[in-house]
Design a protein around this ligand. Structure first.
Ligand code: SF4
Length: 370
């Protein structure tokens, strides 16, 4: 049974209604539970849980320290190409946007990698738009050959692929896969993804489980916050993580919390998520998914990122450039979205240390894996 079969047994409106009906006693029960489950998640995400934010935060902190200690995995994104055949309405790389299109050569990617390595990183996340004619198998193989010597861990956040293709990539040194569903609401998914391969909701939804079948060490998922009701998205990403933990148990599961930022297309988020909302979402999910990794990007401001450090986050990016070529050259291409935390990786690491956390630049070494 794929996750698509599972999610079809739920109705978005019913989950929204259930969350809206949760009361103060429901929240108190969820907070008192030894191992809160998915039903408790509905209560913890509800408006009724708003007044309990401080308590939620304290429990999320305790659970995170208990499971992960005071460490923070550090990584940097490396954008290979902003060529894309999709038309995601919220994205600066949308095929309909008239922007300069750049695809790094393997040599340019290596220069980017070397710059990222000089910043201290040993984990890199490779991103590209969906353009299989440009980001071909041969091209990507060449990129990986150039980057492998620089990094102990290489992740990808690219277009969905088959299990066979993922197996090849693992053989070439990629160890983690991230794919955001953007919204779990199938009825509205097409509104945000009107054309291109990405308009296929099911193909995208089942990508993480294909990654698990292929054998990726880590699977990253997440909704794009700001597209739709964050409380309902929160429930479904919890359901999805729960499914992956049970069915792809050899892989670690990580959730990201990207909030929509302004992009080249000037798209305004239809369902904005406030700072308190984001804190509630992260803390609620931490209580229900104590072993999942939580990732935070530089989309968020320095103040909020520092505040979120103890509340459940286990991995963060720093000093990010979201334009291809942005690390090695000051004149990189157009950025996918605006970065809010522009501090250097060294500064972020220092903040972590001041707060009693150890920044971990190398948490995995593919060369040592059997
Ligand atoms: S979100 Fe990804 S797939 Fe969609 S337009 Fe942007 S780069 Fe392309």
């Amino acid at each position: 049974m794929s996750f698509y079969d599972v999610i079809r047994t739920y109705r978005w409106e019913e989950i929204a209604g259930e969350i809206g009906r949760r009361s103060r006693p429901d929240v108190e029960r969820a907070l008192a539970a030894r191992s809160p489950g998915l039903d408790d998640l509905l209560s913890l995400l509800s408006p009724a849980a708003g007044p309990f934010l401080e308590e939620l935060a304290q429990r999320a902190h305790r659970v995170t320290v208990q499971r992960f200690g005071r460490v923070m995995g550090m990584f940097a994104p490396l954008y290979l190409s902003n060529v894309c055949t999709n038309r995601c309405v919220y994205c600066g790389f949308n095929a309909a946007n008239v922007v300069a299109r750049v695809t790094l050569t393997p040599e340019e990617a290596e220069r980017e990698g070397a710059s990222i390595r000089r910043l201290g990183f040993r984990s890199v996340l490779l991103l590209s738009g969906e353009a299989p004619q440009v980001v071909t198998e041969e091209y990507f193989k060449g990129v990986l050959e150039k980057l492998r010597p620089h990094f102990s861990s290489i992740g990808i956040e690219m277009f969905p692929m088959t299990v066979e293709r993922y197996r090849e990539l693992i053989g070439q040194g990629v160890d983690s896969l991230t794919v955001f569903q953007e919204t779990y609401d199938e009825a509205r998914y097409g509104e945000f993804h009107p054309a291109g391969r990405k308009s296929d909701y099911r193909w995208r939804l089942e990508t993480p489980e294909r990654g698990g079948a292929a054998g990726f060490r880590r699977l990253g998922i997440g909704p794009l916050l700001g597209l739709n009701d964050w409380r309902v998205e929160g429930f479904f990403v919890g359901l999805h993580a729960n499914y992956l933990l049970r069915n792809c148990w050899k892989s670690q599961v990580a959730i990201s919390f990207p909030r929509l930022r302004s992009s080249a297309g000037g798209y305004a988020p239809p369902a904005p998520v406030g700072d308190r909302d984001l804190v509630q979402l992260i803390c609620a999910l931490r209580l229900v998914l104590p072993d999942a990794g939580f990732t935070l990007s530089t989309r968020e401001s320095p103040v909020l990122r520092d505040h979120l450090i103890p509340l459940g986050i286990t991995t963060m990016s720093a000093g990010s450039h979201t334009e291809p070529g942005g690390y090695a050259s000051a004149s990189g291409g157009v950025a996918q979205f605006a970065v809010a935390d522009e501090r250097s990786p060294g500064t972020v690491a220092e903040v972590l240390r001041q707060r009693g956390y150890e920044p971990v630049w190398k948490e995995w070494d593919a060369a040592l894996a059997s």
